[in-house]
Ligand binder design. Sequence first.
Ligand SMILES: Nc1ncnc2c1ncn2[C@@H]1O[C@H](COP(=O)(O)OP(=O)(O)OP(=O)(O)O)[C@@H](O)[C@H]1O
Ligand SMILES: [Mg+2]
Length: 222
Amino acid sequence: MPPLIQLHQVKKVYTLGEKRIEVLKGIDLEVEKGEFLAIMGVSGSGKSTLLNIIGLMDRPTTGEYILMGERIDNLDDDRLSEFRNAYIGFVFQEFYLIEYLTAIENILLPILYSHRHISHPQKRGLQLLEKVGLADCAKKKPSQLSGGQQQRVAIARALINEPEIILADEPTGQLDTKTALEIMDIFHQLHAEGKTIIMVTHDPEMASKAGRVVRIKDGLIV
Ligand SMILES: Nc1ncnc2c1ncn2[C@@H]1O[C@H](COP(=O)(O)OP(=O)(O)OP(=O)(O)O)[C@@H](O)[C@H]1O
Ligand SMILES: [Mg+2]
């Protein structure tokens, strides 16, 4: 079996007018199925850029991305979206819940963008709420939930299409330590169930919960 994720000499260059900013300068990274990986690095080092490339929200400028043995960096946008919807669940620092939808409606939203058939979506959504410890919050709006509870809803939303890979960009960045550790427990549980998790963080305490830590500095993994 090839590694689940393989990046070879991935570079990312942004151009702002005349200016060229080389953010990723040749990233080589392999992630095995079932790993729990933390990516660390100072602000501006390119962590989110890398995670967005891994999550197929963005493309390398040059270099190769091989996902499950298939080269995907040169696929067209539609195929890329199909891969993303099928295999990737994203969790963000800012939760990005839709304010006028209830928790359960937020969780079910990605189904609309997926080609996957999910039988009894409502039931599945409620099961996921229960899994993240929010069984009684289905009808609540995000404004009626604490930050930690909102992040739990966001994690349930990331799980609705049953992705193989969970990507989390500073998922505990807006939470106090106790709540952050509760969120880490959920990631641990998902990892124990076989999910592959890649988490960006600048908090060494959170990174220490992962199985492996890589650091980005000056556009390279050190
Ligand atoms: N769309 C863009 N256009 C131009 N420059 C960008 C763009 N996105 C990111 N950058 C630049 O790339 C660099 C890396 O950004 P990135 O968001 O990946 O860093 P980060 O490590 O996630 O930082 P933080 O810890 O603050 O979230 C920064 O200098 C940023 O200004
Ligand atoms: Mg970032």
